[in-house]
Write a protein that binds this ligand. Structure first.
Ligand SMILES: *Cc1c(COP(=O)(O)O)cnc(C)c1O
Ligand SMILES: [Zn+2]
Length: 405
């Protein structure tokens, strides 16, 4: 039933039989040779067509497209709504929809990856699962580890938001906050995994993370097949999510089920814009190697999946933009106030990026846009606190409450 047929090196094209949990091509230094999972989907086409317009229950809805054999871990990931955004649409002069990933079991899109990773870890009898994460992937993997009874250790940067550190602890994982940034957490996780033979679920290196994430592309194809969006906007850290969204959507077109593909708009923060600089080398963005961003989920200086992301951007005739932290936080407040959607900074970066793309004329008036709202704002109230007025302390007296104007 598992439709996986091969793992292909994204650097040299060498092809491996997917019989072991191999994660990188041995012909390159370190984790340079990230692998891409390839499928034979001919057998799944009928199932996909039959269910095209059915409500989407969850991520296992199209299990024949996933690289797992059974072990459909039921925590409720996927099957997320595509919300209209009428006020934003009016303000921007385009038609905006929000693919709202906040309702996933641990509050972010990472649950799509973790569901598949945990399923593979169970099938291959792993004892300890681990990942390096800016926060959401850690919380997510820890939740799935709890659900499946797997032992879980995670590595996060020292400045991880409090909510993202506490959440995996509640799920029972051991959390190591590494002296340094995400890149340091990643390299330590990698070194320990190799030494102790732990199962490294870091999205940056484990190809099956992208495979779970691509279900968001499948769902978007199902939800928009009558009017395919002109653009899908995704925030990029390592670049896995954008690559995965494209891969999933593109599969539906290749299967002959959907006619058109969207263009991908990748958004990065000024303080962590390596993919943007690689993809749009002519942009005059200043590169400061010491810069960071408050949008912690995309605060990645050395993206490990830049190659997959750039390929997706290329293939989709896409584009990238980089936005400032002020624009990102402003967009977070705007999303809350216009549509009642409280998203974390990385997710709000999509709105800041769309605004920029409209101003630059990249997105045309009337275009149909989907913003992927990757995670909830509730895990990081500290950054949002700077955006809003404080609460007013009042005595218990009606006279203390002013009339509304
Ligand atoms: C992980 C994450 C991203 C970025 O995804 P990449 O695959 O690293 O590019 C964006 N938003 C949220 C909420 C995330 O958790
Ligand atoms: Zn290779």
């Amino acid at each position: 039933m598992n439709p996986t047929i091969a793992l292909e090196c994204t650097l040299c094209g060498r092809v491996f039989v997917p019989d072991t949990e191999r994660h990188v091509c041995p012909d390159h230094d370190g984790v340079g040779g990230i692998l891409d999972v390839q499928y034979d989907q001919a057998g799944a086409r009928d199932a996909v067509v039959d269910r095209l317009d059915d409500p989407i229950a969850d991520l296992w809805d199209l299990a024949p497209l996933l690289p797992t054999d059974g072990n459909a871990i039921d925590l409720g990931a996927g099957g997320t709504p595509l919300l209209s955004a009428p006020t934003l649409s009016d303000q921007l002069g385009v038609t905006v929809h929000l693919k709202d990933e906040r309702g996933n079991p641990t509050g972010s899109i990472k649950d799509r990856a973790s569901a598949v990773l945990a399923s593979r870890a169970l099938a291959s009898d792993q004892s300890v699962i681990t990942c390096a994460s800016t926060g959401n992937a850690a919380a997510s993997l820890a939740g799935y580890a709890a659900r499946t009874g797997l032992d879980c250790c995670i590595f996060v940067p020292a400045d991880v938001p409090e909510g993202k550190a506490v959440q995996p602890l509640v799920y029972g994982a051991d959390v190591y906050a590494v002296d340094g940034d995400y890149d340091d957490a990643f390299s330590l996780c990698r070194a320990v995994s190799e030494q102790r033979n732990w199962y490294d679920c870091s999205a940056a290196v484990n190809p099956y993370a992208v495979e779970g994430l691509r279900t968001v592309g499948h769902e978007l194809a199902r939800q928009t097949h009558e009017t395919v969006p002109d653009w899908v906007v995704y925030p990029m850290g390592n670049g896995c999510g954008l690559a995965a969204t494209w891969k999933g959507f593109d599969e539906f077109v290749n299967l002959g089920i959907v006619d058109d593909r969207p263009r991908m708009l990748g958004v990065q923060a000024d303080g962590a814009s390596a993919i943007h600089e690689q993809f749009s080398p002519d942009s005059d963005e200043a590169t400061d190697p010491n810069a960071t961003t408050q949008a912690d989920s995309i605060d990645v200086r050395k993206p490990h999946n830049a190659r997959k992301a750039c390929r997706a951007l290329d293939a989709s005739d896409g584009a990238t933009v980089a936005v400032s932290d002020d624009e990102i936080l402003d967009a977070e407040r705007t999303l809350g106030r216009t549509e009642g959607v409280y998203a974390e900074p990385a997710s709000a970066a999509t709105l800041a990026g769309l605004q920029r793309a409209v101003d630059q004329g990249l997105v045309a008036p009337g275009d149909h846009i989907v913003l992927v709202v990757t995670g909830t704002g509730l895990k990081d109230t500290a950054s949002a606190r700077t955006l809003v007025d404080g609460v007013e302390h009042v005595p218990h007296s009606p006279d203390a409450i002013p009339e509304r104007e």
